[in-house]
Design a protein around this ligand. Structure first.
Ligand SMILES: Nc1ncnc2c1ncn2[C@@H]1O[C@H](COP(=O)(O)OP(=O)(O)O)[C@@H](O)[C@H]1O
Ligand SMILES: [Mg+2]
Length: 249
């Protein structure tokens, strides 16, 4: 689902050019839930920008959902991103003037006029993340955990094969964070969505099926997360999780 071949990224700063990523090789399959950790400045955001096709590598090849991003026009990349990639951010990035339903509808509204079926789907997604009672609330009337669950529902709206999350629990208390992680994991397990999440929280990282540590623009380690640890860290939801097997790459 995600293929990186010898991907490097340089930032050409006048006084001090920076090599943010150095010849990264990476392959992530359908339904994997990959957590990425690493010190500040190690290249995590740069990597997520490349995976979301927001930025292009300096050298190397990136194939996402079967498409070689480097060969696509800018317009094609924009359409591709809208359909194939869901994004979740640390600070939720909801539109303050819109209700929960409208925020979830946003990916559709960017492409076309919403129809009744879209609204029904947005409501269903909000119900699935436990927000049936918050449909017409605006972000200012919701807690952080609720806002992030709206953002999760929004990211699922187009049923993207790839879901990218940048510190999705960084601004949440641990209960709300666990709930969001549980939703991401369920999406990977039940729908085969490929999830890549950057996090500073080792407990959050253990909810994934695979942990990649990057340092100085290189992959320092890349290993499956043991099933037992992974199940335990879902905290209080273990009975409805089913067997969680670490997939092979
Ligand atoms: N737009 C940019 N211009 C110049 N240098 C950048 C830019 N973005 C990131 N960098 C540099 O690239 C390196 C990796 O940054 P980043 O990917 O943001 O790291 P992380 O997200 O792991 O903290 C850092 O040295 C950072 O200063
Ligand atoms: Mg960063």
């Amino acid at each position: 689902m995600i293929e990186l071949q010898r991907v490097s990224k340089n930032y050409d700063h006048l006084e001090q050019p920076v090599t943010a990523l150095r010849e990264i090789d990476l392959s992530v399959g359908r339904g994997e839930f990959v957590a990425i950790m690493g010190p500040s400045g190690s290249g995590k955001s740069t990597l997520l920008n490349l995976l979301s096709a927001l930025d292009k590598p300096t050298t190397g090849r990136i194939v996402l959902a079967g498409e070689d991003i480097g060969t696509m026009s800018d317009d094609a990349v924009t359409l591709f991103r809208r359909e194939k990639i869901g994004l979740i951010f640390q600070f939720f990035n909801l539109l303050p003037t819109m209700t929960a339903v409208e925020n979830v509808l946003l990916p559709v509204l960017l492409a076309r006029r919403a129809v009744d079926a879209d609204r029904e789907k947005a409501v269903r997604l909000l119900e699935q993340v436990g927000l049936a009672h918050r449909l017409t609330h605006k972000p200012s009337a919701m807690s952080g955990g609720e806002m992030q669950r709206v953002a999760v529902a929004r990211a699922f709206m187009t049923a993207p094969p790839i879901l990218l999350a940048d510190e999705p629990t960084g601004n949440l208390d641990s209960n709300s964070g666990s709930e969001v992680l549980r939703l991401l994991r369920r999406q990977a397990e039940e729908h085969g969505t490929t999830v890549v999440m950057v996090t500073h929280d080792a407990n959050a990282a253990r909810v994934g099926s695979r942990l990649i540590v990057i340092r100085d623009g290189r992959i320092q380690s890349d290993a499956a997360v043991p099933t037992t640890v992974s199940s335990a860290s879902a905290g209080g939801h273990s009975t409805d999780q089913g067997v969680f097997a670490a997939p092979t790459a």
